[in-house]
Ligand binder design. Structure first.
Ligand code: MLT
Length: 257
């Protein structure tokens, strides 16, 4: 049976296309601050990855890969008539962006990597993904929020950030989130690709990222020729959401706006 799927996205602004790819287990709404801040210089397109947010997938037990998800982003580029885009990905969105670079480099004008990493999962982390997938299928998104949600934010998060993040968590379909977790488990190591990236790169990272500490991110960014690095104060793993102003300043400078 053919798989029924509809990819949703939200757009704002005009100019060259910039595509925003969300993290796990979230959706396009995490980029609201960037769509508002960059609309003057970019046609900003925030996608909902397959099954997340408003993107619907007609499969009660889906199975994904980063390659499949990256190809979906290209489908959206095709749909909006964009030959190339600046591509911005946070965390799992960064894993998607690495797959996009491997599979469709000609579609990428520049890369922005936010609060992500290039390494594949360790055996321990792979086992953790399996536990996450099973837990979310059995207990739902509230249970994942309890275990993971607060770790995505800096210390002393604003009530507004907690509310926005939780709203996104609990809106997701547990079967899709389980499939995302297993796709992350199976992703390859992108570290060997870093020295061969030939487009301009900006790496944005929250100074207070608890999941992916900033020192490791700096060391990874240094492996990409000419990559710029912006440390975001008062930002955890969700730095673009937590400190949209500093993130947007870094993006505007990078895009020459
Ligand atoms: C994310 O924010 O997308 C995830 O934390 C990434 C991961 O678990 O590796």
């Amino acid at each position: 049976m053919a798989e029924a799927m509809q990819l949703a996205y939200e757009e704002r602004g005009s100019g060259p296309v910039a595509v925003f790819v969300h993290g796990f287990p979230l959706d396009r709404r995490m980029w609201i601050g960037q769509l508002a801040g960059l609309a003057k210089i970019r046609r900003c397109v925030a996608v909902d990855l397959r099954g997340n947010g408003l993107s619907k997938i007609d499969d009660p037990d889906p199975s994904f890969s980063m390659d499949l998800i990256a190809d979906d982003v290209v489908k959206t580029l095709d749909e909006i008539g964009a030959d190339q885009a600046d591509v911005i990905g946070l965390s799992m969105g960064g894993y998607v962006v690495f797959a996009l670079w491997r599979r469709h480099p000609a579609r990428i004008r520049s890369l922005v990597l936010c609060d992500t990493k290039s390494e594949a999962d360790s055996d321990e982390a792979k086992a953790g993904r399996e536990k996450t997938a099973a837990m979310v299928r059995e207990q739902g998104m509230e249970a994942l929020w309890e275990g993971l949600g607060p770790k995505l934010l800096a210390s002393n998060p604003s009530d507004d950030d907690v509310t926005r993040l939780k709203e996104m968590f609990v809106a997701q379909d547990p079967a899709v989130i389980a499939a995302d977790a297993l796709a992350m488990r199976d992703r390859p190591d992108s570290t060997p690709d870093l020295p061969g990236i030939t487009v301009p790169v900006l790496w944005i990272h929250g100074e207070e990222d608890q999941l992916m500490p900033i020192d490791g991110a700096r060391a990874t960014a240094e492996k990409i020729p000419g990559a710029r690095f912006a440390a975001i104060p008062r930002g955890g793993h969700m730095a673009p959401m937590e400190n949209a102003r500093a993130t947007n300043e870094a993006l505007l400078e990078f895009f020459g706006g």
